[in-house]
Design a protein around this ligand. Structure first.
Ligand code: GLN
Length: 335
């Protein structure tokens, strides 16, 4: 753990970064998303335009926060990462791979397109893949499957009180026709086994679990720490599955921006329509950013900027040279 002085210095750096990233480049925010309402124009945004949080949790358990880091927002697509980890744990990668691929799709996350050659969704980070993954989670019925998903999310976050927000869930189910259509199509093609409404409900419940940005960074730090939550010491998933999950985040986690993200930022990450980004720096730290303004790819405008700056400043790109790595140079975060 850092000394109190180092901690205070890093905390001050994070606040500076937060302040610097408040202004969004003109035209960079394309839309916002709210459950039940769908996408809407920046001109119609209220307080959500100001909401902005950054949190960092290191693998040795130091916590840094700036902005609205205790404001809850629904996990949405970020939940796909954890459900995939659970399906892998339940069945092993070979069996899961038979049902869901690991190829970037090049399509939107909610596209009605599948890997037809292999008769499976392209990857678990698009909605089609996430629906099959939810169906794969073990349990006698959907309630038991969801109870297992929720228990695991609580483990990652270190919060026993994570739960579904009923209003979000109801709004999602009401407006889920595209996901419903995806599920029906997959069933007709023999890719999905469960009943459509059951699988859909399972997937949308996991999307509707609110987390704070601080909790999101803890979840990321848990992945960075071989799936042992650095704040509670509890393991959320077997260590050997972390590699599989991070690989898919690295290639498919940032929608159609995943390639540029891997090139520029170079760390496994997952984005959500609610404006969250969770980035994992293996062996070092987890980063959570929350700001609802979304760019043309559907990624949080401020979130992308924050991650780019942190990665660049600390030399965190997974393929960076050792000389670029500020942590190796002994200048953790405050460099
Ligand atoms: N609940 C949303 C959906 O399934 C989540 C999508 C997202 O975050 N990209 O459409």
């Amino acid at each position: 753990m850092p000394s109190p002085e180092t901690h205070a210095r890093i905390q001050a750096r994070l606040r500076e970064l937060h302040e610097r990233c408040v202004p969004e480049a003109p035209g960079s925010v394309q839309h916002y998303y709210a459950s039940g309402r769908g996408y809407y124009a920046p001109a119609e945004a209220g307080v959500e335009a100001q909401q902005f949080a950054i949190s960092v949790v290191t693998v040795d358990g130091a916590v840094y926060e700036a902005g609205d880091s205790r404001l809850p927002f629904p996990l949405h697509s970020i939940s796909k990462v954890f459900a995939y980890g659970l399906a892998l744990t339940d069945h092993g990668p070979e069996r899961v791979l038979e049902r869901v691929g690991v190829e970037p799709s090049g399509d939107a996350f909610n596209a009605l397109r599948f890997d037809e050659r292999n008769r499976r969704p392209y990857n678990p980070m698009v909605n089609a893949g996430a629906l099959v993954v939810s169906d794969l989670v073990r349990g006698d019925d959907a309630d038991e499957q969801f109870a297992r998903i929720l228990a695991m999310l609580r483990c990652y976050a270190g919060h026993d009180d994570l739960t579904v927000d009923a209003a979000t869930f109801e709004a999602e189910v009401r407006t889920a026709d595209r996901n419903r259509g995806t599920a029906y199509l997959m069933r007709s093609l023999g890719m999905l086994e469960g009943e459509v409404e059951t699988v859909l409900g399972l997937y949308l419940r996991q999307c509707s679990v609110p987390v704070t940005c601080a909790a999101l960074a803890t979840m990321a730090a848990t992945l960075a720490n071989g799936c042992v939550n650095p704040l509670t010491g509890v393991s959320a998933m077997p260590r050997k599955r972390v590699r599989d999950v991070l690989s898919v985040m690295h290639t498919c986690g940032m929608y159609d921006y995943a390639g540029s993200w891997a090139f520029e930022v170079g760390v496994p990450a997952k984005s959500s329509v609610s404006g969250g980004i969770m980035a994992v720096i293996p062996g070092k730290m987890g980063i959570g950013v929350f700001s609802p303004g979304l760019d043309v790819y559907g990624n949080s405008v401020r979130g992308v900027r924050v991650c780019k700056e942190i990665s660049e400043r600390l030399g965190l790109h997974v393929f960076a040279t050792e000389a670029e790595d500020a942590l190796l140079r002994g200048a953790p975060l405050s460099a």
